[in-house]
Design a protein around this ligand. Sequence first.
Ligand SMILES: Cc1cc2nc3c(=O)[nH]c(=O)nc-3n(C[C@H](O)[C@H](O)[C@H](O)COP(=O)(O)OP(=O)(O)OC[C@H]3O[C@@H](n4cnc5c(N)ncnc54)[C@H](O)[C@@H]3O)c2cc1C
Length: 577
Amino acid sequence: MSHNHGSTGTTTGSSSGASTTVDLADKVAYGLLYASQHEKHIMYAWIIWVLIAFVLGAGFILRLTKAHRQIPLASVSRRLFLKQTFPCTNWRMSVARGHVFALFLYIAYNFVFTFADIPYGRKYRYPSKHNGMMQTATTMQFTANRTGFLAFSGVPLVFLLAARNNLVSWATGIPYNALNFLHRWVGRVVFILSWLHIILWSLELDINYFPKGKHSYYNTRWTMRYWLGGFAATVFLCFLCLHSLPFVRRWTGYEFFRSMHVFGSLLFLIGCWVHWPTAFQWIAAGIAILFADHMARTSRMLFIQLRGRGSAEAVVGIFSDEDEVDVMRITIKNCGIKSWRAGQHVFLCFPAHSRFQAHPFTVANSSNKTHNPDGDLVFVVRRKNGMTDRLCQLAAESKTLKVWVDGPYGVGALSPEISGRHIQLVAGGTGISFALSAVSELTGRDIPGTMQLDWYVRRRANTAWFGNDLAKLSHLFGSTLRISIHITRESPLTASSTEKDTSNSSLTAIEGVTYSYDKNSCAEVLRMYASTVDPRQGTSKIAVLACGPGSMGPNVRNAVAEMNGSVDVKCVMEDYV
Ligand SMILES: Cc1cc2nc3c(=O)[nH]c(=O)nc-3n(C[C@H](O)[C@H](O)[C@H](O)COP(=O)(O)OP(=O)(O)OC[C@H]3O[C@@H](n4cnc5c(N)ncnc54)[C@H](O)[C@@H]3O)c2cc1C
């Protein structure tokens, strides 16, 4: 990235002895400045990594020593940082202030050190080593090189934030999929820095370096290695940024996006390496993270298949409702995964559909032996247009399907800190998996508080996905667990007319479960639960575990942020995006 266009060489095009001395003095001054600036570029590219390592290290030590539980301002910081940045409930715009703050710090660092510590306004005139003609170098090229170095140093961060086996997640406890926002935006910062590098160098070559015409730098340089590498890297970087825009991703399909993203990233990295091998360490780090992540995924999947002797089978049941929405309940038997934590997800690959596609689904039960002696994994999966659609068709043809499983992934919903609080679970549609696995995992444990599960479904018939499980849990927990089902697309009248259809067992009321047809938003439900919590009963702290589609995520985060301060409320969310 850092170029030295004709900074050395002995040929001189000047005729007089005096001007030769001036040229040489300029050349020496330029060489010295170039060397000192080069050191600074390297220093600023590294400092950001020292800061990142410090933050990750501090996060890791806090988690290891459990000291974060004692931080007195935790509730206040949740009030500040959990709230959505934009006042809307559209999940596409849904991003917590904490993430935006982290991004702001990263952008601010890059902005400041793109321009800082560079001596502006100097010009050096000396003969080019290529054609002996006089050229003028200005300090614009130092800003250009600085952006190049900062862009290179951002590359490993982009890959680090995208990995499924994620070091940042491991150190901080933030789920790897929640880091996707930062992955995308750090990528965009690298994109902007790269374009600044290109534009500033183009201006330097075009305006300040002479001559023009057939001897111009563009004509003489474009076949050189650094130019070709830089050109290729820019093309692939533009491709990566453009094809990951939401509307392009929807248009090309998720699977095409994913494979092209990995392939395009690899070509981008190769282009960068060819462009500037001197700064290879950043690129090598990016390649290492990409390969390590894919190796870890593949070997884990192989290990699981070997442990399960390759005999994992999925039994799929299909539920359809009046809205023509199909949901599958998938039970996987003989799978090599022996234990998982509530709220974790796995990647399922059905070879009968494709050996090259694995999709994430949240496990709906727990590996708690009293609950699940056979170690089966249960999922509820909503039919969409790709693999899930094909799966529905395959399930209609065959009772069991061969499946490959990779996982579990995610940090889990129930840290000891969460299970030591009153727990409010909010689920929308298939998001019930997240809540059910948490409640199942808590069976047999001594929990200090109460639990309230609010499940939003469109129709009462949807409760059939988990009718028996809800009844069992309600029976096991007794008064400690209250379950409310909120039906959003039926009125009591329409529901009671369908309830007369006694052949449908899902419509008979589940014992211990209350049904409501209210339009209470989940924010109201959260506030109502908080007002009923009795601080004399074990603890006054509340944990909210939520998972659901669309606007549920932003609504819950905002509500929890607002409640914090007066009550200590911690939130664990799973988004299916
Ligand atoms: C952590 C996590 C847990 C999830 N748990 C569940 C669950 O328990 N039940 C459930 O019904 N759904 C769950 N989902 C969503 C589920 O993964 C997608 O609905 C499914 O992959 C869609 O497959 P498709 O080919 O039919 O989708 P398409 O109709 O092709 O695409 C629909 C949308 O699904 C998403 N998607 C598609 N493929 C993938 C993929 N490989 N990885 C991630 N997202 C993808 C994209 O946003 C896409 O726009 C979860 C998603 C995540 C990220």
